[in-house]
Design a protein around this ligand. Structure first.
Ligand SMILES: NC(=O)c1ccc[n+]([C@@H]2O[C@H](COP(=O)([O-])OP(=O)(O)OC[C@H]3O[C@@H](n4cnc5c(N)ncnc54)[C@H](OP(=O)(O)O)[C@@H]3O)[C@@H](O)[C@H]2O)c1
Length: 326
């Protein structure tokens, strides 16, 4: 099968012919239609986080996918060849024509989504779901501040929190204000124009931090006593949390078929929607990585302009970068 592989940490992505995976009794072979690009791919490939996010080289990137069930293991009852699915795993392998997965990684693809749209959903939407509900316990009537609301994860967080009946405030680039209002944010603070802690009139119940650094530090100032800081980017200082009488924790995506099934239902009924910015062919995966590298300076040897490219990074529109495999 054709697959994009990384041969060494920090190396180029290469398109190779490699053997298709074989499945264990409790696994499913998926014929991949599309996959998508995530920060996690670049971070793992750089080797910068190899102690906590190790990979086995050569490595096939890609933590999310859409496709069709090709073959099932003898212990798999719930799926049949021909089923259209989408899903995520924690290990990669989706930049390839075939992928072996556990049933817990997949859900039925909503029929109103194309395979390209479906591949863009699982990592971002499941991270948002777990940040908002599993860790943030967001409820109707609460106010939540979402940092990076126009990003891949942020846009689902805005939609899910708003659907749950919370008042949603998002920090983002001013250009993204209309988009964020259209998906449920009642207020957008332009992070380049204003410091959110200076312009917020009321304190919030929950902060979902998709930015980290100074943004996370300043978030303690806007939480109500007893409030909750959920970070998807870095550990939360427990000293700072105690000092401000709030709680805080970092979350890590734990892909789950149940969570993805709930997301699939909301997508199917049109309550939430995917956002695909660009679709590339699988062979152009490196271009997809270059497009998101601006948000990850220093990772995978990339400058904000991407490898080999002088000048400022192109402003990427909101939405995911998808790779068409078949
Ligand atoms: N813990 C986990 O399991 C997990 C899972 C998935 C993702 N993540 C992490 O979550 C973060 C977000 O991921 P993503 O895929 O949503 O990234 P993304 O699509 O690149 O979105 C980031 C967004 O933040 C905006 N932004 C940049 N600086 C900002 C600031 N100071 N204040 C507010 N917004 C700002 C960017 O807009 P501009 O156009 O202005 O740059 C962009 O819209 C990443 O750090 C990723 O690694 C963690």
């Amino acid at each position: 099968m054709k697959a994009i592989r990384l041969l060494e940490y920090g190396g180029q992505l290469v398109l190779n012919d490699v053997p298709a995976p074989t499945i264990a009794r409790d696994e499913i072979l998926v014929k991949t239609k599309s996959t998508a690009v995530n920060h996690l791919d670049l971070v793992k490939a750089s080797g910068a986080a190899r102690q906590i996010l190790p990979i086995e080289l050569p490595w096939i990137p890609g933590h999310e996918f859409s496709g069709v069930v090709e073959q099932i293991g003898s212990d798999v009852a719930a799926w049949a060849p021909g089923d259209a699915v989408f899903g995520a795993n924690g290990i990669g392998g989706a930049y390839a024509e075939y992928l072996a997965v556990k049933p817990a990684a997949i859900a039925r693809k909503p029929s109103n989504l194309s395979f390209e749209e479906a591949a863009s959903v699982p990592v971002a939407a499941e991270t948002a779901w777990q940040g908002i509900f599993t860790h943030g316990h967001v409820e109707k009537g609460q106010t939540i501040l979402i940092h990076g609301g126009a990003g891949a994860v942020g846009a689902y967080a805005v939609q899910l929190a708003s659907h749950a009946g919370a008042t949603v405030i998002a920090t983002a680039r001013g250009d993204d204000e209309a988009y964020l209002n259209s998906i449920g944010a009642s207020r957008v603070i332009d992070y380049r124009e204003a410091q959110f802690e200076k312009v917020l009139r009321e304190k919030v119940d929950v902060v979902f931090d998709l930015i980290g650094g100074d943004t996370q530090k300043r978030s303690f100032l806007v939480l109500k006593e007893g409030g909750l800081l959920v970070s998807a980017t870095q550990p939360v200082s427990q000293e700072e949390a105690a000092r401000h009488r709030v709680s805080g924790a970092m979350m890590r995506l734990d892909p789950s078929a149940d969570g993805l099934g709930s997301i699939a239902r909301l997508l199917g009924e049109g309550t939430i929607r995917p956002d695909v910015a660009t679709v590339y062919a699988l062979r152009d995966a490196a271009q997809g990585w270059k497009d998101i590298a601006g948000n990850l300076p220093g990772v995978h040897g990339m400058s904000p302009s991407g490898p080999g490219g002088p000048g400022p990074a192109r402003r990427r529109a909101h939405g995911k970068i998808v790779l068409r495999v078949a």
